[in-house]
Write a protein that binds this ligand. Sequence first.
Ligand SMILES: Cc1c2[nH]c(c1CCC(=O)O)Cc1[nH]c(c(CCC(=O)O)c1C)Cc1[nH]c(c(CCC(=O)O)c1C)Cc1[nH]c(c(C)c1CCC(=O)O)C2
Length: 346
Amino acid sequence: MSNAAAVPTASPFLAACRGEAPSRTPVWFMRQAGRSLPEYKQARAGTTMLEACSTPELVAEITMQPVRRYGVDAAIFFSDIVVPLAAIGVDVKIVPGVGPVVAEPFRTEADVKRLRNLDPCDVPYITEAIGLLVKELGETPLIGFAGAPFTLASYLVEGGPSRDHAKTKALMKSQPEVWHGIASRLAAICGEFLRVQVEAGAQAVQLFDSWAGALSEADYRRFALPHSTAALAGVANSVPRIHFGVGTGHLLEAMTETGAEVSGVDFRIPLDQAAKRLPDKVLQGNLDPAVILADDEALISETDAVLEAAKGAKGHIFNLGHGVLPDSDPAKLKLVVDHVHEATAR
Ligand SMILES: Cc1c2[nH]c(c1CCC(=O)O)Cc1[nH]c(c(CCC(=O)O)c1C)Cc1[nH]c(c(CCC(=O)O)c1C)Cc1[nH]c(c(C)c1CCC(=O)O)C2
């Protein structure tokens, strides 16, 4: 049984996710916990990212930091998309300033078998951290998340971050059965990772297919969509599901076929255009993260432009169009939260 029912629908974030009229437009930020916060740097000192992610008290503390500071309408669980891979024994490290690096890349039939299923017993620290958070968060909902199979597979196949995803695309085209083997195992792992978080008390989930925008629509449909759909099916009919990718303007409609209730829109597509294309979806987004570094006047007018563009949508959750940049001033993020709340209070 999930604890989702215990959360009052008074949460503006959950009301918006369900397509109901919230008391104000809810706001949260992708990557709201992290390097832009001095208290984060202090909490993380002397601990690697993956160590931090498996220490429940630290996970709970870091997840709470942006909630306390900004008054956002949702917390995002402090973890990383590679945590479930590390949990099943994949030799992956998160290198500061680089990202996930995989010691032995996955490229053959034999490599498919290196991906075993995730068991809830592999991630007791996730269940424990969420238990701590549900108590501390009170009425603020917690968003669980996972990386989508394509984005995770890109790290596994390339061996690390990649601009062009060339080895991944080459594998899809030349050995589709190996590709589908890797991606379907990743879908099972992602689905289970989401399920563990929901069972522990996460009230919504976001599937990050950050790099899906690198695929043509035809390739997305053939090589990524079935696996993302399978991953999200693990938590269907239990909590609202948000689906997000970067540079995915050409995939907006295709990505909704995963069944996600909320479509995350990056900053390249105006929300009024997204609303016309996705009339049945609640939209999340999409202030350009770079605008947080602009002066206050520009920041407020760009924030208002996002709110205005979202008016034709079925529902709107205010967010950035991708993650908070490390140089962001926390005071500017606070300004955006307060402004959205004041401008939209009903
Ligand atoms: C692609 C991806 C990753 N991780 C994630 C994605 C998808 C989102 C996106 O498109 O950005 C998801 C993620 N990673 C992290 C969160 C935590 C919650 C939050 O949104 O605040 C979330 C939701 C923490 C993190 N994940 C990471 C950090 C920074 C590590 C640190 O502070 O030492 C944080 C706070 C590390 C990480 N992990 C990853 C990258 C590219 C990096 C950056 C490496 C660097 O530049 O240092 C992989």
